[in-house]
Design a binder for this molecule. Structure first.
Ligand SMILES: *Cc1c(COP(=O)(O)O)cnc(C)c1O
Length: 394
């Protein structure tokens, strides 16, 4: 099929709920993807952070091929080895919690919120979330997403949600009462523009939850599985949450989500309370196991940390040349470049030159290279950005 023929199929048969670039991607490998016109594109935002260890990581591909030939799916009426093994790997890398598996970030957050209501005392039902957050698109998670633009057209939303400004401890104290079941925040807001929680803020959430018998949920869907240089974003802080949710990088390109809770909290999720038909299927779990093993075998946490520092240094250099860059912020390979004007044009011009980056909240370039990237990939990306910024200035 030609590029145009594929696009025609979409026009006729696929609901147009995404703003798509006019490229058909046919192959992915490591830091690169390839389009149907033969262009090679350096991908510094692979799969919206799903392909966090690069496209088609060979260890993930091998694990998926092997598992596919053995057992694709078995329902949760039975036990299966990959699900048990994955839960152990996750538990040992976080706070010794127990996992529930699903298929996406939104579902993981749904599970976390249901569990919080179930676990907390009668009369506690409220969820406090932060402005600028992103928690997903299902009704509960879009309600949790405290950004009006995502709510337009869908009112009335679910009752019971309270929004506070991010990193504002006073607002949090004010919002707390004995009806609060949980606070849910991202340790670093991703879609919201790479906004990093202060240690004091997470500490305050922990203390207020403890004092009021509420549950602390951290949405680690974007920050989780190594992106920030540690397994989970919260590990940069001296605070332990009650529940974390994850998805994106976890499956290395295969759909999987997970919610991990401390054992005492998890224990109330008994048969009949929650479920997912596809959740924890053998194929997805085999992929996730391979992701975790690859991160360890290839020392990718360390690479995310050191390459993240390198990338920030390079972007700082770029800033000295281009006044459109206001400042750089980020942790590990989760980096935001704050511009003084909208960045959509820069993103599309970079793509023309073979570089994929992302722009969020209009003025923040999101730079999230895969954890397998090397300095040469960063150098190339900076070179392309440099030339685009120079041209846009003329
Ligand atoms: C992407 C994202 C979600 C939603 O994940 P889906 O898999 O699209 O449902 C939730 N929370 C955060 C922080 C995210 O980045």
């Amino acid at each position: 099929m030609t590029t145009q023929q594929t696009i025609e199929l979409f026009k006729k048969y696929v609901i147009a709920n995404y703003g798509r670039l006019t490229r058909v991607i046919v192959k992915g490998s490591g830091c690169y993807m390839y389009d149907s016109d033969g262009n090679k594109i350096l991908d510094m935002f692979p799969g919206w952070a799903v392909s966090g260890i690069g496209h088609c990581h060979p260890k993930v591909v091998e694990a998926v091929q092997k598992q596919a030939a053995e057992l694709l799916h078995i329902d949760n009426t039975f036990y299966s080895e990959p699900q048990g093994k994955l839960a152990e790997l996750l538990s040992k890398r976080a706070f010794g919690g127990k996992s529930f598996f699903c298929n996406s970030g939104a579902e993981a957050n749904e599970a976390a919120m249901k569990l919080a209501r179930l676990y907390t005392e009668k009369g506690k039902y409220k969820f406090i979330t932060a402005e600028g957050s992103f928690h997903g698109r299902t009704f509960a998670t879009v309600t949790a997403t405290a950004q009006p633009k995502y709510h337009e057209g869908f009112l009335p939303l679910l009752p019971g949600f309270v929004y506070v400004s991010f990193n504002n401890i006073e607002a949090l104290e004010e919002a707390f009462d004995d009806e609060v079941a949980a606070v849910m925040v991202e340790p670093i807001q991703g879609e919201g523009g790479i906004n990093i929680a202060t240690p004091q803020y997470l500490q305050a959430i922990r203390e207020l939850c403890d004092k009021n018998g509420a549950v602390m949920i951290l949405d680690e869907v974007q920050t989780g599985i190594g992106r920030t240089g540690k397994w989970f974003g919260y590990q940069h802080f001296s605070v332990e949450p009650d529940i974390i949710t994850m998805a994106k990088t976890l499956g290395g390109g295969v759909a999987i989500g997970a919610m991990m809770a401390k054992s005492n909290i998890a224990s109330v999720l008994v048969p009949g309370k929650h479920a997912s038909t596809f959740g924890g299927n053998a194929l997805a779990c085999a992929a996730a196991i391979a992701v975790i093993e690859a991160i360890e075998e290839e020392n990718l946490l360390e690479n995310a940390k050191t390459l993240g520092e390198y990338t920030k240094r390079k972007l700082e250099e770029l800033k000295t040349k281009h006044s459109v860059i206001d400042h750089i912020r980020g942790v590990g390979l989760m980096i935001g470049v704050q511009l003084t004007k909208p960045g959509a044009d820069i993103v599309s011009k970079c793509l023309e030159k073979g570089l994929r980056i992302n722009c969020t909240h209009e003025t923040v370039i999101r730079f999230m290279p895969p954890m397998i990237a090397k300095e040469e990939h960063i150098d190339k990306a900076i070179e392309i950005m440099d030339s685009v910024l120079t041209e846009s200035n003329q």
